[in-house]
Design a protein. Sequence first.
Lengths: 126, 308, 1051
Amino acid sequence: MSLIADTPISLIVLCSGLALVLIGLWGMLTQRNMIRMIVGFSLTDTGVHMVMVSIGYVTGGTAPIINDAVPIAEAASRVVDPVPSALVLTAIVIGLGVTAVMLSVAIRIYKARRTLMIDECTESKW
Amino acid sequence: MIAEWTGKIANFALTLLIVTAYGLFMTAFIERIIAKVQGRIGIPYWQPVINILKNFFKRTAVSHGYMFYLGPVFRIAGGIGTLAFIPVIYGSETFSNFSMAGDLFLVIYFMFFGQLGMALGAGESGHPYSAIGIARGLSQMTAYEVPFALAVISIVIQYDTLSITEIVAAQQGGWQNWTVFTNWVATLAAMLAFLGMTGYSPFDIFLAPQEIPIGPPTEFHSAYLSFMSLNRALFGATKLVLFMNLFFGGATGLIELMIKTWLIYMVAIVVGVAFPRFRVDQAIRFFFKIPTLIGIMSIVYAQMMLTS
Amino acid sequence: MVAAFFTDVMLQPLGIYVLALGAGFLVPLFDRAHRGSAMLVFMGSLAGMVAIAALNLYAIINGAAVIDIETAGIAPPFAINLRFGLFEGGVVLAVNIAALLGAWHYLPSLKQHASALLLYLILVMGINGMVMTRDLFNLFIFIEITSIATYALIGMERTGTVLAAGFKYIIATSVATAFFLLGTIFIYYQVGTLNIDDIISHGALIHGPIGLIATLFVLTSLLIELKPYPANGWGLDVYETANSGIASLISVGVSAGVFFALFKLLPLMDAYLDSIAVVAGATFLLSNIIGLKQHNAKRLLGYSSIGQMGLLTLALVLLEQLDAGAQIALVVGGLFVNHLLAKAGLFWLAGIVDRTNIKDWASIARRPELLILLGLMFAALIGLPPFPGFWAKWELVMLLGSADQYGWILLVLLGSLLEAAYLFRWFSHARKRDDELTEHVCSFWQPAPVAIAAALLVAIGFGMAGTMDLDVPAMFLPLLAGFGLWLIDGLPARVKQLAMLLAVAAGGYWLTQELTGINQLFSYLLVAGGLLISIATIYRNDVRNGFYPLLAVLLLSLAALLRASTTLEFFFSWELMTLSSYLLITLARAGIKPALAYLLFSLGSAYFIFAGFAAAFASTGSILLADLGNVSSPGLVFSLLAAGFVIKMGGFGVHIWLPDAYAEADDDFTAMLSAVVSKAGIFGLVIIAAQLGIRSDIGLDPAYVLGWIGILTATFGALMAVFQEDIKRLVAYSSMGQLGYIVTGVALMSHLGWVSALYLTVNHFLFKGILFLSIAGIVLRTNERLMYKMGGLIKNMPVTFVFTMIAIIAMSGVPPLTGFGGKWMLFNALMEKGWYWIAALAFFSSAVAFLYMFRLLQTVFLGQRKLEHAKLREAPAILLVPQVVMIAAIMAISAYPKLLLDPLSAAINPWIANTLVWDGFALQTHYGYWNAPLIMAIVGGVWMVPLIILLLVSLTMKIQKVEQFNIVYAAERPHRPEDTHFAYNFFAHYDRAIGFLVRPRATAFWNAVIEWSHTLGSSLRVFYNGNGQTYALFILMYFVAMVLFNGGLGS
């Protein structure tokens, strides 16, 4: 319990983010069902987002609003870096878009071929 | 200028006459020897001349076309021309012919002139045996050319010249200077090639003279045939003169010429009566083995002579 | 206000985004109202993007400042900024043009959904963004925008195969972009900025394991997007299945964007340049090997596309390593534009033709316009002149040479050769007329985008030529003349022939009038001689589409070759000659397959020459031909160049293209190939021998080897000719053999050797010209090429017979005709040099030559005539006219060789001191003498005397002409020529004796090479098993491999 408490929150987020990335990759590589692969992708994507957030976090920092509470001189050390958070928002939107397209393609594949198994879709090769 | 050339031409005509007569005599002579070996009496000495004259004055002839007609002309022109480029007797202006026109290389290549023309003439006759004979003869020629060419290269290295006159000149001053003694390897190779060149057994299948009418002359008759017989005598003698010049010291007089060429000819005859006939492919392979090897050695030998 | 908005925004690069997004909104709106107007908006906005890019690029080229666009009114790094400089402008313009043309092509499918139009616009905008943005995260966003638009466009299709391929594509690229995002954020973590310029200037801050991983993540993602081998199966599947419009945009547009991103980030990758080069080089080479196995048209284009991107990346990295930044525009830009236009054009063409298997492309065999476009695109991709790829590859190889990077040169040239193999095999299929196949139907306008792309390629090629060190008007004259004649190709044959002859005469004269020395000699042979032989083409008056323009290109490129003063000009003309002669061979009925072998060997030859020139440039820093002699390693340069020329002449071992090409080409063109075109190789050989063999005292060894190659070529050419049944193949092998003597003569490096080589060259021109033109007449009359099906033609074609006979005597070396002089001089030169073994083989091979020469005359003209040939006529007069001229030349030179020897000697004298000694009419050497006029007189005399005697005898004797079959034949009278004509397998006994020497070992070897490369191709492509998960696994492993390869986490 104390181990976790002593560990900076950003490290925990970072590590679980990386773990999520790996779990997602594992899912994409082992699950033959396309929907499951898409789930794997989502996990990876989320993991990446967590890594991004963790990068900008300053332990004990405050919101990146420069006002009386946080003078400009101390801003760099006291506020959480806002850029990664901003990036993450964009990345999430994009990830959402990609996931949506993936799902719609999967649906179309199912309509066209009556299967969602990736290893049954190997007719173009060599 | 004109007188000079007229003289040369007259001299050459004389040479031609002598060599032809000698060639005809030799043909009969050899036939008689072979007959003796085989236990026959053989032909009279003048039989070849009679044959030629008889054929020449035949009253009828047929022609298969203009190339057929020209074939014998090419053939005998080849014989006469070859002789024209060879100096027959060393040191004699009379018998030097037109050897100033070209060297040994010219002679070797001009030998083909008559053969090619005659082959074309025979071809027009449409007789398959002519074509078969020529095909065989040409194939055999490519094979014996190899040891011959190697031997020629060897003596060209040895004497550092392509001029036949100079090659003969280098062999003067006693028998020990003859190529056959100074470069016996090349001579051996060349004499093996000579066997093929003369067309006696074992290398006579392209003519197959005994059993079937095969070979280039098949369809030729009357005056055509007389031209060809005449050339056979002339060309045969010419080749002997060439070999004598290259390997046996040449000749300084007519008697020496006759003895030497007769002896050279006897090599072919002795082998011819002693051995059975090769098939063409066997003959070709034969020349590509031992004779070629000897030829190769002759070049090495000549190079060693130069360096030592 | 509106005007200000127009000039301040719309005409600025930002206008591209405004247009894309604006049109994106408008298209659905207009679509509701009227589909047509939506399309108008769509195409208009694309055209606007092109216009904006063009205008801004034009301004920048004319000196305007690089445009930096700041967003949100805040300076970078606090806000995203875009940049539009020279490179950005070029790429954006090229991509937008490709997108506009692609939209034109793609419109029939696109217009089914308004949303597809919208997606297309977004896709193009995304690519523009990838090129222009200077922000790392923004780059990620543009990559994703592009990707999503691509996914969606692929997903528009309803076929299962396309969707499956699309899904694999999505999985693969999204994994790659996820890693890109990770890399980006770690870089931000270390540098604290996302602005690319700031990251580069603070590159030192990227350090330690995190920095390594971050950089490698970004790098590898970009590489993956460029589809490196073997992690590229997903890309191939999409190329294969997707609509050609999307495939082309992915291949050229998306790849261009990613490639430019890599270019931008390259300063960060300094430590990894080697690995990028290895990855890119392997991709280029291996995709081209695998391409050999591929028959699916679009998948094959995929391999080619991947290969080309590999080459581009390789070129970029190598230039970076060589600090040759100044050449990036020329090399990388040239390759880029070349690939962009050619590959897009090919994808569109694949869409128009719509045949999956390249073997079915025979359906366009009767569509010359499609064939021409296909050929142009292929030629551009291979890097043949005058396309941009040619100039770029030239510069690249020269640069690599000067940095001693011969391994990379080998890789680039080998890869190009492999690419040529499969592309032109495809072209061969398309040329093959197959009546079974239904002809392809497409509207007139459908190929228009392809045509525009081709026109752009040519135009850019021309433009690039201007920046090179090249005599443009002279070098491009062949192409212009060809183009001009092509325009009148619809006119009657007679008009075309006349125009061609005039064009070649005038152009050839203009190109070669100022030449001197050896070049002048060859100009008589190649230009005047070529003209003489092309007179014979008048014997045919059928349409012969393309024949006359191509012939003009060929002959004029030979003239340009002689005029070349730099290695570039030489190589340019050489390639033109190769291409035009290849196309001319394909014009023959059965010429397509042999033409392919001809082209590949010719390209191989050209690449050897190319490498040799590069090596020379490396040593001297000059591309002047005259400076070749100053190289520091003459042995290497000489060997490379000589190898090239020997391949072109059909040297021993690399001759297998020759008999088929000669045999199957049009009969009059075979005469040209053998008598004229083969002389180009001799010219090259003589030139390099003069420059390298003499001036810089080369070690004897390469020349001695060359001498052996020459004589082996002569021997085996003759031996193989002996066993041919096909008259053209017989003479083709003979041609090979005769050229062998010339090679040996040149290799002698002595005055006499060269005189003999040039003398033999002239002689070869004369007798081979006569022979092949005679054969043209024979084939015209008999419609046969197999000699045993002829016979007795002397009766019908006496003139042809006499001409053939004279040519054969001139070839054989029998005195008194020209051949003897050549053999005599060669033999003397060989003896003088001490090359006795070669001399012996020369003897042997010229004896063997008698066999085939006699066979030709015997089986065609003599023997028994076939009954159906009884009524044949003599060959047409126009075929005989050039032969008469050549016979006259043979006779004149035979009687008086000084006529020829004096100019030959004069041309050689500047290089080697004259050793010809004349004693009156006699030529003397160290060994012997040769008095040609006297020999002629004697032979004439001894020939005339018996003739006159025989004629006199004939007067007294009744000579009866007899009919056919009147022969003494085993007591029976044959009645069928087939039984009696001894012709088939003429030298059976010879075959039994030494036929084992000529079993087709070389053919077997090259077949094995083909087999091996196909096997290699199939073992290399096992990775592409079609399973999306496998592909994803490869991508993952690629990352791991890149990290491990670059020091792993330990560093």
